[in-house]
Structures are given as structure tokens and as C-alpha cells.
Design a protein around this ligand. Structure first.
Ligand code: GAR
Length: 223
């Protein structure tokens, strides 16, 4: 059974695999009555994901779909996830540290309704260890990106980005910490834009409408 959601509040699922700090930021933002999305479900592929406990305590439905019994059959795993999403009446999906690569089947099925956060200024530094790689590349600006998901890993039309300067003496840990603070700012803002229709996927690019001067799609953090 699905709980009725407030009209015009899009029923949103957040997928996690671990800590879930971005999921927590989305849940907290969605508590505001005028936020255009309800977090209706937190789903994890790992039963031991720390974020599941927080979601449960916050009164949000949780689900675990373990990928291991599917023996590498990714589409069968995703069909099981999809059934859970349908059961909960989910309309929009946010990936938040979900450590499974999704197949074109799932990505196509949820096209325009599936967003992800990645800890770099895409298209730079797709994949893992983004902070260490940004330091090794001697760039001055790093950051994070929220984007619509396409079949390519950590790729897709950009909804929002925050640029975070790299400071002298930064380590991967200090840089990751400052980027994470901005992830928690831009992900709720990007979700609000998508859920309210102020960021739409049109012909493979993102069209922003409404108040585009608000600093929620482009955030530059001063050094
Ligand atoms: C976040 O930094 C997120 O950007 C990253 O995983 C972390 C999850 O942390 N995602 C990716 O690297 C996706 N390629 P969280 O569980 O505390 O939100």
C-alpha cells in the first residue's frame, strides 16, 4: 500500500549504498511544507547501509534489494527494484551514493525522472577517487554536480553544480569534506527544481525556467 502524498508533491525515492548524508539532506529539505517533493522511499542494495536507520527513524519507508542473489544479472536486479518503486507509487528517483551501475533498461525507463549527485565538476573526474584525482591534476577548482542520469557512468545533462576551490595544504579528506557540504546544498535545490518542473530534460539538455537568477543551479564557493 502506498501512503497518499500531498498533491503536487512528487513521490521521490532515494537510492543509497552507505552513509546516506545526501539522502539525509534531501529528507530534511523535503520537510518544508512548500518543498515540491516527498521522500516516499529510501532504497538500498545493502541491508547494512547506515542511512537506512536514519530513514526508518524519520518514518520513511525503506526497502533493501540485495544485488548479490541476482548473480550479476543487472537487469533482473533492476526489475526487482522497479517493482518496489511501482509498489510505492514513486515518480522520481535520486541516486545518492548508490554504488551500482544502472543498465540502459532502467535508465531509459526512468529517463527525465532519474538524477544523481557526483563529487566532481563533470565532465571532469568521472568514477571513483575524485578528490585525490583533482588534487593530482593540480586543478584549482573542484566541486560537485547534480545531473540527469544517462546510460554512461557519471554522465548526463547537468542540473546544478557547485565549484569549490582547492586550497593550499588540502588533502583528499579535507577537500571531500568541503565538497560534501556543497553537495548537501545543491542536491535539495536540484531536486526542488526537477520536482517543480523548473529543470526539465528536453532533447538531451536541461532547460531551467522560473527564477534562474537564484544561486541554486550554479554555486561558486569563495576561497
Ligand atoms: C557522495 O559524495 C556522492 O557524491 C558520491 O558518493 C558519496 C555518498 O555519500 N557519489 C558518487 O561518487 C557517484 N559516482 P553519502 O552516502 O553520504 O551521500
Amino acid at each position: 500500500m502506498t501512503e497518499p502524498s500531498t498533491p503536487s508533491h512528487l513521490r521521490t525515492a532515494v537510492f543509497i549504498s552507505g552513509r546516506g548524508s545526501n539522502m539525509t539532506a534531501l529528507v530534511e529539505a523535503a520537510r518544508a511544507p512548500d518543498f515540491p517533493a516527498d521522500i516516499a522511499l529510501v532504497l538500498s542494495n545493502r541491508a547494512d547501509a547506515a542511512g537506512l536507520a536514519y530513514a526508518g527513524e524519520a518514518g520513511i519507508a525503506t526497502a533493501v534489494v540485495d544485488h548479490k542473489p541476482f548473480n550479476g544479472n543487472r537487469e533482473a536486479f533492476e526489475r526487482a527494484i522497479d517493482a518496489v518503486l511501482v509498489e510505492h507509487g514513486v515518480e522520481l528517483v535520486c541516486l545518492a551514493g548508490f554504488l551500482r551501475v544502472l543498465t540502459p533498461w532502467f535508465v531509459t525507463r526512468w529517463a527525465g525522472r532519474l538524477i544523481n549527485i557526483h563529487p566532481s565538476l563533470l565532465p571532469a573526474f568521472r568514477g571513483l577517487d575524485t578528490h585525490a584525482r583533482a588534487l593530482a591534476a593540480n586543478v584549482r577548482l573542484h566541486g560537485c554536480t547534480v545531473h540527469f542520469v544517462t546510460p554512461e557512468l557519471d554522465d548526463g545533462p547537468v542540473i546544478a553544480q557547485a565549484a569549490v576551490p582547492i586550497l593550499e595544504g588540502d588533502t583528499a579528506q579535507t577537500l571531500a569534506g568541503r565538497v560534501l557540504v556543497q553537495e548537501h546544498v545543491i542536491y535539495p535545490a536540484a531536486l526542488a527544481r526537477v520536482a517543480s518542473g523548473r529543470a526539465k530534460l528536453v532533447d538531451g539538455r536541461v532547460v531551467l525556467t522560473g527564477d534562474t537568477t537564484r544561486p541554486d543551479a550554479v554555486l561558486v564557493v569563495p576561497a
